[in-house]
Design a protein around this ligand. Structure first.
Ligand SMILES: [Mn+2]
Length: 288
């Protein structure tokens, strides 16, 4: 598939960042997409990478900083994504994250296991793992929309002259490298791994792609989202965040957003679980 996904200039776009194998949040964002389809008849759903690779922990071992408890269901997330894509041709989109990249030519990630690629493919077995890789190979590296939005997995820290630089980027051949090596690889290193971008770097990146601002995840924002300068918003829809703070975005693809400041809480920036209790009370445990 093309490295750059070009979204249309009409319809409602729902954006979901890092799920890391959380099937419950996947089901919730699909419900939101289904509602948008039912009410507008013209909706799109974009995942910005890292749909896979979550913790395999019992609830008793779950650290508080990881947000709401869940158990990794990466294989089910990708299986259900493939079904959803078949159901809604041309409306369900996904970007490669650094965790997907490990299965299709990138360095193997080590967030929750020494080799998460080997762990997941071992759990799935050969046939299902090959089916998963076939789905991941269709993911784009960057998405652009005429409304002004540019979408990446990591921060828009890459130096690019034009969309052509991204179209030409190669994804394979990094299996033996480490995540530290790939960060130095032009284009895909920053796009898949950078956690931040200087405002002037981000501005050049989004302008080279014909956009006005960039939406991405990759990092955890405990409050749900963070706006940086005029061109960047980091969004946490799922991983590492409590339900009350999980945020997704909804854009009008027919609009023209002049900067990230045109995104409003309650309109484009929306809670994944509007009815979740507002505060998570930390549990005091007696040590003795
Ligand atoms: Mn990531």
């Amino acid at each position: 598939m093309a490295r750059v996904l070009r979204l249309p200039d009409r319809g409602r776009l729902i954006i979901c960042t890092d799920l890391q194998g959380c099937l419950r949040d996947f089901h919730r964002i699909v419900e939101i997409f289904d509602d948008a389809m039912a009410t507008t008849g013209d909706a799109h759903l974009l995942f910005t990478g890292d749909l896979i690779h979550g913790p395999h922990l019992d609830e008793a071992d779950w650290p508080d900083f990881l947000g709401e408890y869940y158990r990794d269901a990466s294989g089910d997330v990708i299986d259900e994504l493939a079904v959803l894509m078949d159901h809604h041709p041309g409306r369900i989109h996904a970007l490669i994250g650094n965790h997907e990249h490990g299965h299709i030519g990138g360095p193997h990630t080590a967030k929750f296991a020494a080799d998460e690629v080997a762990v997941l493919e071992g759990l799935l077995g050969d046939a299902r793992a090959e089916r998963m890789r076939a789905v991941l190979r269709e993911f784009a590296l960057v998405a652009v929309a005429p409304c002004g939005a540019v979408f990446t997995h990591g921060a828009p820290a890459a130096t690019v002259a034009s969309i052509r630089d991204i179209e030409d980027a190669r994804l394979d051949g990094f299996e033996l490298g480490s995540p530290i090596d790939i960060l130095d690889t032009p284009i895909i290193g920053p796009i898949l791994w950078a956690r931040s971008a200087e405002p002037d770097v981000a501005r050049r990146f989004v302008r080279a792609l014909g956009g006005t601002f960039c939406i991405y995840g990759h990092d955890v924002i405990p409050e749900g989202f963070e706006v940086i300068g005029d061109e960047q918003i980091v969004v946490s829809t799922s991983f590492g965040v409590f339900d009350a703070n999980k945020v997704y975005l909804a854009l009008d693809l027919a609009a023209r957003y002049r900067s990230v400041h045109d995104l409003r809480v309650g309109r484009e920036i929306l809670p994944l679980y509007p009815d979740a209790p507002p505060f998570h009370e930390p549990v005091e445990r007696a040590h003795g």
